[in-house]
Each structure stands twice: as C-alpha cells, then as structure tokens.
Design a protein around this ligand. Structure first.
Ligand SMILES: [Zn+2]
Length: 95
C-alpha cells in the first residue's frame, strides 16, 4: 500500500515567492549627444532600469541594468549593441 504524504520533507508549508522585478528607472537628458539616425543633438534621453531578484517582493540582489537611449526628435531607441561608446559613457553617468 502506498501512502501519499502531503508534506514528505516536513518543510514548513510556505510557498516561496521569488522572481525578478524591475526597479525605478533613472532618466536623464544626455547633453551633447548626437542621434546617429537623425543627426539632432541634445534630444537624446538615457534611461537605466535596474532588474532585481526578489523574494517576497523584497529586492535581494541586482541582476542587471537595462540601458536604453531614446531620441525625442525621431523617436528612435537604442539598446544593447546599438549603443555607441558615447552613449555608454553618458549612461554610466546616470546609473
Ligand atoms: Zn534622432
């Protein structure tokens, strides 16, 4: 005869809530940066959004920063490998 214990490891009946969530983004106008697409300068906004691992919605450690730059003139967005060294340097200032 087989029995099925509901809690065979005798652990507390707690469901661990964890996952990832995004933190508050930081934004700043990146002065002096020129948009590679439309050529306008002073229109680039950088945004850095932290991603956290959370347990019970409390941030435990920071996983990564999502970094993006958007041109308010032509609305083109840049992220990841599209970021130029100038954009990366400007993003380093706001994070
Ligand atoms: Zn542009």
């Amino acid at each position: 005869m087989r029995t099925f214990a509901s809690n065979p490891l005798n652990t507390p009946d707690v469901i661990l809530f964890f996952g990832t969530r995004t933190g508050k983004p930081r934004e700043a106008l990146l002065q002096g940066l020129k948009c590679p697409f439309c050529g306008q300068s002073g229109q680039m906004t950088g945004r850095v959004t932290p991603h956290y691992v959370h347990i019970f919605w409390l941030p435990v450690f920071r996983l990564k920063l999502f970094r993006e730059v958007t041109c308010s003139h032509c609305k083109k967005g840049y992220a990841g490998p599209e970021l130029s060294p100038d954009m990366v340097a400007a993003l380093d200032e706001i994070q």
